[in-house]
Design a protein around this ligand. Structure first.
Ligand SMILES: Cc1cc2nc3c(=O)[nH]c(=O)nc-3n(C[C@H](O)[C@H](O)[C@H](O)COP(=O)(O)OP(=O)(O)OC[C@H]3O[C@@H](n4cnc5c(N)ncnc54)[C@H](O)[C@@H]3O)c2cc1C
Length: 448
């Protein structure tokens, strides 16, 4: 058997990047995907002049390696950069949208935090380092920056990224950069200044918020089109190690032998039939929480909305007791997302904050969302466009104690040479993190 046949299970972005990179290096790659399209959480849908995103809307380009990858695959030519007004991000406070400050003067003037809250931030460099190796994002923020920053900046921010709450997420795993700043410099403020030079040297480039002409979904489409062997509509039910190598089972079909197998499927899809590992390991893996999330893509005529929608979108702090987590001003962010004279909004509901609400059916949830939008952005009347997608399990929560889960991955790989585990459940959930992880994984597989 050739030493160069690799099976990749799951055509999420990590699996696609791994397959593309290994194929380029001369490996024979077979990518298996249960759905009829590649992309996993990434899904762009076109409907007339509306172009909506069911999953990620944007990716933050800040790493040279990711940029080089996009360049090499031709994706950089398709890149669209977010409207500069996207710098403006709104937070709901006392029922009113207030812009997050983007400058020192803005920070002094903002009504988001009281004078006491602002002075509390200035004390940050004088707060000593935590001795707790695995603190929650909430504990860290409250200790270093105070309750107001936790309530009106970090709480909504965590809802916007992880669809979850800062009370359960681990700082070290969910926001490793903040953890490192405290550990290395003893302060976020000093660390941000001192670390800027270091970050530049480590391959950081000017940050850019991007998508592609045909939406984020253009990325999986282009990557998959460059692969020699993609088996769509093929759900793998079992991975088995035999004398001649790894074999995969899908229905009555068997594929193999392969030298290596990369598993890029979400943790809630793992079971002991798919992967023969210890029950205790499987139980730990299945304990990882993926909160349910509803995404509404809503279009309005511009004259139906009184707010100018001049920014990235808005986030809602838990303290405001609302039903929506926040919304993106999608047609402000990128051109050609809505017909002329219309706005497109992407609204998020549920998450770890209100899991039951997020799982309500469209007929029950839509009126709640529309009522709230009327109140927050002054939208009136029936939307010109409505689409609702429900993610029963959206984004893995890197909870406190996630170390144990990472150790399980390490030991599964050690006990099964040739089996590699990769996806947003390990080393970052963002699309750029997944791209970086796919590239690193390809190197690991190639070097055996
Ligand atoms: C609603 C939402 C909004 C988001 N917004 C952003 C954002 O704005 N910016 C950002 O950077 N990130 C965002 N993210 C996060 C990011 O999109 C994901 O973390 C990332 O795309 C996950 O990629 P992955 O490689 O882990 O694979 P996944 O996308 O999880 O794909 C796994 C694939 O495996 C397949 N599969 C499962 N089981 C099997 C099997 N047995 N056999 C074969 N195939 C199988 C699935 O069908 C799927 O295609 C968002 C995520 C969600 C859900």
């Amino acid at each position: 058997m050739s030493k160069e046949r690799i099976a990749i299970i799951g055509a999420g972005i990590t699996g696609l990047v791994t397959a593309y990179t290994l194929q380029k290096q001369g490996f024979e790659c077979h990518l298996f995907e249960k759905n009829s399209l590649p992309g996993g959480a990434i899904k762009t849908v076109k409907s007339g002049s509306w172009q909506v995103e069911y999953g990620p809307n944007t990716m933050l380009l800040k790493d040279k390696t990711v940029k080089v990858f996009l360049e090499e695959t031709g994706l950089l030519d398709q890149k669209v950069t977010a409207n500069p007004s996207a710098e403006k991000r709104y937070i709901l406070k006392n029922g009113k949208l207030e812009a997050l400050p983007g400058s020192v003067t803005g920070a002094v003037k903002t009504p988001l935090f009281s004078l006491k809250g602002k002075f509390r931030v200035l004390a940050e460099p004088f707060i000593s380092k935590s001795t707790n190796p695995d603190q929650t994002v909430a504990e860290f923020t409250k200790r270093r920056l105070g309750q107001q920053i936790l309530d009106y900046a970090i709480n909504p921010f965590v809802a916007g990224i992880f669809a979850n709450s800062p009370d359960s997420l681990s700082l070290r795993h969910a926001f490793p950069m903040m953890h490192n700043l405290e550990q290395e410099y003893g302060s976020l403020i000093w660390g941000s200044f001192a670390g800027a030079k270091k970050r530049k040297q480590s391959g950081r480039i000017k940050r850019e918020l991007i998508s592609f002409r045909d939406g984020i979904g253009q990325m999986p489409t282009i990557l998959a089109s460059k692969l020699d062997t993609v088996h769509l509509n093929t759900e793998i039910s079992s991975i088995e190690k035999m004398l001649d190598g790894w074999h995969l089972i899908s229905g009555k079909k068997q594929y193999g032998p392969f030298d290596s197998v990369v598993l890029n499927t979400p943790l809630y899809k793992w079971n002991t039939e798919l992967l023969s590992i210890k029950k205790v390991q499987m139980a730990k893996i299945q304990s990882v929480y993926y909160p349910p999330l509803s995404v509404f893509c809503l279009g309005f005529r511009k004259d139906q909305v009184s707010h100018p929608l001049d920014g990235f979108g808005f986030l809602v702090p838990e303290k405001e007791n609302r039903s929506v987590l926040g919304a993106l001003f999608s047609s402000t962010l990128f051109e050609e997302r809505a017909p002329a004279g219309h706005h497109l909004l992407t609204v998020f509901v549920g998450g770890g904050r209100q899991p039951k609400l997020g799982s309500l059916e469209t007929e029950k949830l839509l009126p709640i969302v529309l009522d709230e939008l009327r109140d927050i952005i002054g939208s009136e009347g029936e939307p010109a466009f409505i689409d609702h997608v429900y993610w029963p399990k959206s984004i893995p929560a890197y909870h406190v104690g996630y170390d144990e889960i990472l150790q399980v991955f390490d030991s599964i790989e050690n006990q099964n040479p040739g089996l590699y585990l990769a996806g947003n459940y390990r080393h970052g959930i963002s699309v750029p993190d997944c791209i970086l992880n796919g590239l690193k994984l390809a190197d690991r597989v190639a070097s055996g």
